[in-house]
Design a binder for this molecule. Structure first.
Ligand SMILES: Nc1ncnc2c1ncn2[C@@H]1O[C@H](COP(=O)(O)OP(=O)(O)OP(=O)(O)O)[C@@H](O)[C@H]1O
Ligand SMILES: [Mg+2]
Length: 226
């Protein structure tokens, strides 16, 4: 299998006053294309920090990150914000525990939001309808987020993450705000995205049920893989 993410000695140190917090502490990791990686561990162990570094949402203090063999972070290499923006849109879709939908925009407008910021992403009405059908939210196209259930909101957030046709989906507690039935739906959907489109998935979860879908499970303890 082809490696899509390569992480070498990745470290993130936060400074709070005189205190140094090693949120991510020398992590080494190889992720192959098509993997589903479950990231588990106690609260505060560094899961979000790690996936944000991998997703280029945050800069490491030190260490290296390669995406598809392309060097992103390394000693002495600093990418401009515009380059990072391009890499984010080329590789990643993001789903967060809080759905981050814009309340005044319709479902359709929320899903198309990335296309407004990324000139690369052009989504036709047909493609939009296909994504919405896949996620079972086509009927909600012109509704406002306030008119949706939690599970529907999360599926809108996933649709938004998919419009750029990402190679990698980063999901930080995607079912954290959902009941067990809605969680099950999101779980089935993630499996489907992986099987049908070969999307690599990195998923942080506290749910053993969801973590089970990973072909790899990584436990983080004090910023390290244990
Ligand atoms: N911006 C920040 N400034 C200072 N410390 C931070 C910052 N973000 C995170 N931390 C600290 O880094 C450590 C790891 O945090 P992180 O959010 O990665 O944990 P987590 O495993 O995702 O936890 P949870 O399961 O609660 O979401 C924690 O000790 C946290 O307090
Ligand atoms: Mg977290």
């Amino acid at each position: 299998m082809k490696s899509i993410i390569s992480v070498k000695n990745l470290t993130k140190i936060y400074e709070r006053g005189s205190e140094k917090i090693h949120a991510v502490d020398g992590v080494n990791l190889e992720i192959n294309q098509g993997d589903i990686v479950s990231v588990i561990g106690e609260s505060g162990s560094g899961k979000t920090t790690l996936v944000n570094l991998i997703g280029c949402l945050d800069n490491p203090t030190s260490g290296e990150l390669y995406l598809d063999g392309q060097q992103i972070f390394a000693q002495g290499v600093e990418l401009s914000e515009s380059k990072l923006t391009r890499i984010r849109s080329e590789f990643f879709g993001y789903v967060f525990q809080k759905f981050f939908l814009i309340p005044t925009l319709t479902v359709k407008e929320n899903i198309l939001l990335p296309s407004i910021f990324q000139s690369k992403v052009k989504t036709s009405e047909k493609e939009l309808d296909e994504i919405m059908t896949l996620l079972g939210i086509l009927k909600r196209k012109n509704h406002l987020p306030s008119e949706l259930s939690g599970g529907e909101m999360q599926r809108v957030a996933i649709a938004r993450a998919l419009v750029g046709k990402p190679k990698i989906l980063i999901a930080d507690e995607p079912t954290g705000n959902l009941d067990s039935k809605r969680s099950q739906e999101i779980k089935d959907l993630l499996i489907k995205l992986n099987k049908e489109f070969g999307i690599t998935i990195i998923m942080v979860t506290h749910s053993p049920e969801l973590a089970k879908i990973g072909n790899r499970m990584i436990e983080i303890k004090d910023g390290k893989i244990s």
